[in-house]
Design a protein around this ligand. Structure first.
Ligand SMILES: N[C@@H](CCC(=O)N[C@@H](CS)C(=O)NCC(=O)O)C(=O)O
Length: 216
């Protein structure tokens, strides 16, 4: 059985996995789960396949399901080691994890769909306030990303001329920030990496616009 990816085209966490799968040339079937209609919370999808009602999820030959994008990339790196996305060298590995965690643990969670919905629903904020929240946390987080890249980054991607898990996290985060109209001019190093990634076949194939469930 081919690996199954449960993804939504605009989901940045799903985008991380699409990049990793494309880089590693792992065959997979794409299963679109529409976050806008709460399909990720439907009984047909949770909890058997999706313990936390979040994307992405992959399922494997033996029926095992796995969520959490960084755990999935770690698993893919162990089962499909070429090309490596998490370096073996302890410090190189730590640098890749440092940037990946900054994006995955600090930036993405506060701007996740359920948080934005809670701001507008139970907390009663309007669209402008919600957009201000989003832009604020992008600015705080991306300032840290740019610092790390300026101090420790090198090459055409975050840490060298080959992509790592850090690039799998950075590119989707920038794509989402760009789509929501955030000012990204203060982050020239990050944006240069983004521009370079947009010329790479694996990153192009993983773009939201190139997914079967994309709606413009
Ligand atoms: N830490 C998780 C986050 C997963 C996550 O929350 N994904 C978003 C899509 S980008 C989602 O499914 N959100 C649904 C919601 O907030 O209701 C990961 O890295 O996989």
């Amino acid at each position: 059985m081919t690996m199954q990816l449960f993804s939504f085209f605009f989901s940045s966490t799903s985008y991380r996995i699409r990049i990793a799968l494309q880089l590693k040339r792992v065959a997979y079937d794409y299963n679109g789960v529409d976050l806008r209609t709460d399909a990720h919370r439907a009984d047909s999808f949770t909890p058997a396949r999706n313990a936390t009602a979040a994307l992405p999820v992959i399922t494997m030959d033996d029926g095992i399901s796995l969520g959490q994008s960084l755990a999935i990339i770690d698993y893919l790196d162990a089962t499909h080691p070429e090309p490596r996305l998490i370096p073996a060298d302890p410090l190189a590995r730590a640098r890749v994890l440092e940037l990946s965690y900054l994006i995955a643990c600090d930036i993405h969670p506060v701007n996740n769909l359920r948080i934005l919905k809670y701001l507008q629903g139970p907390l009663g904020h309007n669209v402008a306030e919600k957009d201000g929240w989003y832009a604020h946390w992008i600015a705080e987080g991306m300032a840290g990303v740019e610092q790390l890249l300026t101090r420790y980054g090198h090459g055409a991607f975050c840490f060298g001329d080959a992509p790592t898990m850090a690039d799998c996290c950075l590119i989707p985060q920038i794509a989402n920030a760009e789509r929501t109209g955030c000012d990204l001019t203060p982050y020239p190093r990050a944006m240069a990496i983004y521009a370079h990634a947009m010329t790479h076949p694996a990153f192009i194939a993983a773009k939201p616009q190139n997914q079967p469930d994309f709606v413009g």
